[in-house]
Design a protein around this ligand. Structure first.
Ligand code: 5GP
Ligand code: ZN
Length: 113
């Protein structure tokens, strides 16, 4: 837990979030600024800065994030989804507690740049 990390504060219940699913070590909640009909963030309860660091430290926890994304998409988007991990500021990462963007619920375009 890092008191200056927004997503650690959401995990701790100090910042409200619209939580849609939980697993043993992960949490899924709606993005505050949705970019698709379904836009949920999946995060580990434990603090890791980005997906590369999480994969190195705890690959099973990364797999748990993917499973939770699949569960959310199954509940809310017929099981089809895009899972995006922005990694580093140039790639668009603004919160440095790893999070996967679960996008779906509509036909998705493809224009990452
Ligand atoms: P990033 O830009 O790091 O890939 O994604 C961060 C995401 O967190 C953004 O999509 C942004 O809308 C979302 N976000 C930022 N602050 C909050 C917040 O306080 N609550 C929720 N639910 N989402 C947030
Ligand atoms: Zn954190």
């Amino acid at each position: 837990m890092s008191s200056d990390c927004l997503f650690c504060r959401i995990v701790a219940g100090e910042v409200p979030a619209d939580v849609v699913a939980r697993s043993e070590r992960a949490l899924a909640f709606r993005d505050i600024d949705p970019r698709a009909a379904l836009h949920v963030l999946v995060i580990p309860r434990e603090h890791h800065a980005d997906v590369a660091q999480l994969a190195a430290a705890d690959p099973a926890l990364l797999a748990e994030l993917v499973e939770l994304a699949d569960t959310v998409a199954g509940t809310e988007a017929s099981g089809q989804f895009r899972l995006v991990f922005n990694t580093g500021p140039t790639a668009g990462q603004s919160v440095f507690h790893v999070h996967g963007h679960v996008l779906g619920g509509q036909d998705l375009g493809w224009s990452p740049a």
